[in-house]
Ligand binder design. Structure first.
Ligand code: AMP
Ligand code: MN
Ligand code: MN
Ligand code: MN
Length: 278
């Protein structure tokens, strides 16, 4: 049984269309899948339809952008009903902020030698959400960086010339929208924020305090030590456990949907039951 509760499609910064992502996951033996695109539920209907064909248990998902203590956190929502008005309105606000920030990043990137970046990123994203991943492709295509990691490191991360900050949702808002829509709120990739241990624990405490349900323990890039530490911290803060690869593209050859270690406790993630709702 392979479970993957964190993946991306062309509805945000994934390379595969929702149905193709589901087919790819099926090919790798995934039996329970959530599609969790950045600040959008636009891919869920197609993914759910494809999942039925492949006999995959499909769970509605989203990865909400949150600003907390002037830092960005990612909150994965799982198992919610996708048409709840509070969630719909929240997502609309985040999407407007994405467009505003993308235009600002376009202006900044012009000064680093990437011309017309907003319009080009908009075209790359199609009907989906624009993310820094789209800008990274342009930075590389224009020869301003030699690969994606280099583009983020020198141009697109906070403090670099192509970055523009955004005022995302608050932690309370993001968790509130997910709960209103009867879903579970999961703190994504707790080791993915370049936080010190102290800041990671502060974020966990704030997330638990705000009513968060679970944290991701096993991801596509976590070490055994990190997974054991995250499992201990989940228990310290009274949080359940989730697992997800954060798969975006086949080019990320080190990530395969569903190819994750089991939880250190051996228990199944509490959030994984198909179509589970609050
Ligand atoms: P955004 O939400 O628009 O700020 O974009 C965030 C996305 O950029 C993340 O979800 C990742 O997919 C991608 N990203 C961030 N940092 C890196 C990095 N160092 N290398 C590759 N992708 C990254
Ligand atoms: Mn992403
Ligand atoms: Mn993320
Ligand atoms: Mn993600």
């Amino acid at each position: 049984m392979a479970i993957d509760l964190h993946t991306h499609s062309t509805a945000s910064d994934g390379a595969l269309a929702p149905a193709a992502l589901v087919a790819h996951a099926a090919q790798h033996g995934v039996t329970t899948l959530a599609l969790t695109d950045h600040d959008t539920v636009a891919g869920l209907a197609d993914a759910r339809e494809a999942a039925a064909v492949h006999d995959i248990d499909f769970i509605n998902g989203i990865e909400l952008s949150v600003t907390w203590q002037r830092r960005t956190l990612h909150i994965v929502g799982l198992g919610f009903s996708a048409d709840h008005p509070a969630l719909t309105a929240g997502i609309a606000g985040l999407q407007a902020e994405r467009e505003r920030r993308a235009q600002q990043m376009g202006q900044r990137l012009a000064r680093t030698g990437v011309a017309d970046a907003y319009a080009r990123a908009r075209r790359l994203a199609g009907n989906g959400q624009i993310t820094r991943s789209h800008f990274a492709r342009l930075v590389v295509a224009d020869g301003v960086a030699c690969h994606t990691a280099d583009a983020f490191k020198r141009i697109l991360k906070p403090g670099r010339p192509g970055y523009a900050s955004a005022m995302w949702a608050t932690l309370d808002e993001a968790i509130g929208w997910i709960h209103a829509a009867r879903g579970y709120a999961v703190l994504a990739h707790p080791f993915g924020y370049r936080f010190t241990g102290a800041w990671r624990r502060r974020a966990l405490a704030a997330f638990a305090q705000a009513g968060g349900d679970a944290i991701e323990i096993c991801t596509g890039v976590t070490s055994i030590e990190q997974e054991q530490r995250a499992a201990r911290e989940a228990s310290d803060y009274g949080l359940a456990s989730s697992v997800g690869s954060d798969f975006h593209a086949v080019e990320q050859f080190w990530l395969t949907p569903g190819k994750l270690r089991p939880l250190p406790t051996g228990a199944p993630p509490r959030v994984l039951k198909p179509d589970q709702t609050r």
